[in-house]
Design a protein around this ligand. Structure first.
Ligand SMILES: [Zn+2]
Ligand SMILES: [Zn+2]
Ligand SMILES: [Zn+2]
Length: 231
């Protein structure tokens, strides 16, 4: 078994982001209400109830870090844009085609790149012919002036550092999925939970499987006692 950090969300999903930008698609609540079939027993239930159903009925813990689609790998690319000069606060379309987005300011565009495309390079021509330097801590493109004054360890920088650390953890999870354990040269099954000294240990360190197992044990004991009394 390989242990993973609990649910890690670096950013909202690609679906949610497109919906926010274009208004097309179902809201999170509407998607949670959609009916699906349980993969274990074929019972029809709301998407939002599946996790609790799998826990209570089948003693299966969904590992979000494993079930979630990994973010699409980004081929580091350089983008150069010219900000429209007609109005000061005019939005400029994001040059990356896969995600829609129209930040309202140059700083907003640099923040957008930090959040969405940390591997891409952004050059805004209005600020010079070369890209602004990157902050070593959060990897955001920052103007020279801000880099030497307000930016380091600002709220934005700290959030960026947190995001960067989460990305590194998710990358480690992705790498660990490819690991194969062997015993005497033969590959062995990699499980996501197992019973150790009577307690179920789960790869995402969740206590729920142990709680449900203890409850079912208690229920069996109570049933046994009540049968004894009936006799
Ligand atoms: Zn089921
Ligand atoms: Zn974008
Ligand atoms: Zn920074």
């Amino acid at each position: 078994m390989i242990c993973f950090p609990g649910a890690e969300h670096v950013e909202i999903s690609a679906y949610a982001y497109r919906r926010r930008m274009t208004g097309v698609g179902l809201s999170y609540d509407a998607r949670q209400r959609l009916h699906i079939q349980c993969p274990e027993c074929d019972e029809t239930l709301a998407t939002g109830s599946l996790k609790a159903h799998l826990r209570a009925r089948h003693h299966i813990e969904q590992l979000e870090t494993l079930d979630k689609e990994p973010p699409e790998p980004q081929q580091p690319t350089s983008y150069t844009i010219e900000w429209p000069k007609t109005e000061k606060k005019r939005p400029c379309p994001c040059p990356v085609p896969s995600f829609p987005g129209q930040p309202a300011s140059m700083n907003g565009m640099r923040q957008h790149f930090m959040r969405k495309y940390p591997d891409h390079t952004l050059c805004i021509r209005n600020e010079g012919s070369a890209p602004s330097p990157r902050c070593a801590a959060c990897s955001m493109h920052v103007t020279y002036a801000a880099l030497n004054t307000t930016h380091p360890n600002s709220k934005l920088c700290l959030k960026g550092q947190e995001r960067k650390a989460k990305r590194a953890r998710l990358a480690a999870v992705e790498q660990s999925k490819a690991v194969t354990f062997t015993a005497l040269g033969a590959p062995i099954e990699n499980v996501t939970s197992f019973c150790y000294l009577g307690r179920i240990l789960c790869a995402n360190n969740s206590d729920w499987p142990a709680v449900y197992k203890n409850l079912s044990k208690a229920r069996q004991k109570w049933a046994f006692i009540s049968h004894q009394q009936d006799d």
